[in-house]
Design a protein around this ligand. Structure first.
Ligand SMILES: Cc1cc2nc3c(=O)[nH]c(=O)nc-3n(C[C@H](O)[C@H](O)[C@H](O)COP(=O)(O)O)c2cc1C
Length: 193
């Protein structure tokens, strides 16, 4: 089994990456293969609403110039998907929004490509707006017929400068508990039918 984690932060190794890695470490400890994919430095554009994905139904986005088709492939091949985003003006980063729009639309155009995979959100924030980011990320999972595990709190970690989130003991524990619950759920479900 495999989990792919997408980091929507502009910092490849910032707070969002730290939080995602805490979840991935728990998954690895349970024997689940993991991959962390950073969107930092990789320009991605939002959905252009051409709806070619509904015409072709080839599991691809018609906009071929960026990394989105690579991301779709990684999602399809994984059994679990983590979406991690920093809080930018009380919402997901623009890169994460582009990923959500395009991977989400191709998923819907192709008979729910990510159906019954396990999905979870991870959010870094400095002060406020993180719960809105958490909700925005969860909308991706629920409209794509995916299954969401819980944790011991909502999946938020508090920190400003890269690295600071490691000092948020409750946030760290929340990520570890999320990783354990995600592994438990994935093993119960097995390979999605
Ligand atoms: C453009 C921008 C907007 C931000 N907006 C918010 C915000 O609305 N609320 C908040 O708590 N933090 C906000 N922050 C702070 C980041 O969410 C916070 O520093 C986070 O830990 C960054 O994670 P990273 O190290 O993975 O990039 C903002 C940061 C940037 C760069």
């Amino acid at each position: 089994m495999k989990v792919i984690a997408f980091n929507g932060s502009a910092h490849k190794e910032g707070n969002t990456a730290i939080l995602l890695n805490l979840v991935l470490d728990e998954l690895k400890a349970e024997g689940i293969e993991t991959e962390l994919y950073s969107l930092a430095g990789k320009p991605v554009q939002g959905c252009i609403a051409c709806f070619k994905c509904f015409e072709k139904k080839d599991q691809r986005c018609a906009v071929e110039k960026d990394i989105i088709n690579e991301c779709i492939r990684k999602m399809v091949e994984a059994d679990g998907i983590l979406l991690g985003s920093p809080t930018y003006f009380a919402d997901v980063s623009a890169s994460m929004k582009a990923l959500i729009e395009r991977c989400g639309m191709v998923g819907r155009a192709n008979a729910d490509l990510y159906k019954r995979k396990v999905g979870a959100a991870v959010v870094a924030l400095r002060r406020a707006g993180g719960i809105h980011v958490f909700n925005s990320l969860n909308y991706f999972f629920s409209i794509n017929a995916m299954i969401i595990p819980g944790s011991s709190y909502w999946n938020l970690g508090i920190g400003r400068a890269p690295g600071e989130v490691a000092g948020d003991a409750e946030g760290v524990q929340t990520m570890k508990d999320l990783g354990k619950n995600m592994a438990w759920l994935m093993k119960k479900i097995g390979k999605p039918a």
